[in-house]
Write a protein that binds this ligand. Structure first.
Ligand SMILES: [Zn+2]
Length: 77
């Protein structure tokens, strides 16, 4: 880096003044009352505005199948 290009502390800190993260906004699901992120389908029941968006029974079955396969490979070694 050429010394001329070096950012001052003020320049660096002004740039970083926009880097702060804010906590995500949550609301309670109207179907199951669990906290969920706004404008997204509920992670607990998979519904958004009353409609089923994610088939949670299939998702749970997939996770269980994956966990079972993992334990089977661990015992095989
Ligand atoms: Zn829900």
């Amino acid at each position: 880096m050429v010394n001329r290009m070096r950012a001052t502390r003020a320049h660096r800190d002004n740039r970083r003044s926009h880097h702060a993260l804010t906590a995500i906004q949550t609301t309670l699901c109207s179907e199951c009352n669990s906290p969920r992120q706004r404008h997204t389908a509920c992670g607990n029941c998979g519904k958004y505005r009353g409609k089923t968006i994610i088939d949670m029974t299939a998702k749970i079955a997939k996770v269980e199948k994956k966990a079972k396969a993992k334990t089977e490979t661990a015992t095989a070694k």
